[in-house]
Ligand binder design. Structure first.
Ligand code: SF4
Ligand code: SF4
Length: 209
């Protein structure tokens, strides 16, 4: 004959005991975050939006090698490299990243791409507000990913610091743009030399967005 289950508490206590977890939770510290009104500071090494870094004179660190794209498990990066010329230079060496895109509809923010980058051109910021309702807006272009200009920098393209080579940039010998450094005309982006413009259009006009 089967044994009758033992009743551990008197019958009238059972409904109250059923709310035990609820009552305990009522007095615990709340975990609700009032986002986006109150933003929590991320951990310093949080993996957020990527950034393409510059050398201290403003030249770009990316050499267009595509190693980041090959390392990406989500196939989220697209890179096209191109040759620098003396008239239109974006990085100190031979090549630069002409096209650079990261598709945040694919990216899982794993950081393998930044580990693969040989020049520390690619790093990750703490910015995490990347959601968007449009797939097209989730593809970030080089212009969006490129770091802003800091003091002592001149925007690309511009010439290499006189008397230095690419290695000197990585040795930390270039700390700012050489005096008198001027931005060159980005002919590859459709900009016109002022002298070539029939209406006298300035060099900056006509550039790609
Ligand atoms: S963080 Fe990971 S998924 Fe995102 S682009 Fe880099 S390698 Fe690809
Ligand atoms: S970001 Fe780094 S790994 Fe990617 S193409 Fe540029 S230099 Fe190469």
């Amino acid at each position: 004959m089967a044994e009758e289950p033992k009743e551990t508490k008197p019958g009238f206590q059972n409904p109250v005991a059923g709310f035990g977890v609820t009552f305990k939770a009522m007095f615990k510290k709340r975990l609700t975050e009032q986002y986006p009104e109150q933003q929590k500071t991320t951990a310093p090494r949080f993996h957020g939006r990527h950034q393409l870094n510059r050398h201290p004179d403003g030249l770009e660190k990316c050499v267009g090698c595509e190693l980041c794209a090959w390392a990406c498990p989500a196939d989220a990066i697209y890179v096209e490299g191109a040759d620098n010329t003396e008239e239109e230079r974006y990085s100190p060496g031979e090549r630069y990243g002409r096209v650079y895109q990261i598709n945040y509809a694919r990216c899982i923010l794993c950081g393998l791409c930044i580990e693969a980058c040989p020049t520390r051109a690619l790093t990750m910021t703490n910015e995490f507000e990347l959601a968007d309702s449009s797939r097209a807006n989730l593809i970030y272009t080089k212009e969006q990913l490129l770091a802003g200009l800091q003091e002592g920098m001149v925007d690309t393209p511009h010439s290499i610091f006189p008397g230095t080579d690419e290695q000197d940039y990585y040795r930390g010998l270039v700390t700012e743009a050489a005096p008198g450094t001027e931005r060159q005309v980005a002919v590859s982006k459709g900009e016109l030399h002022p002298s070539a413009s029939p209406s006298g259009t300035s060099a900056g006009e006509g550039a790609e967005a």
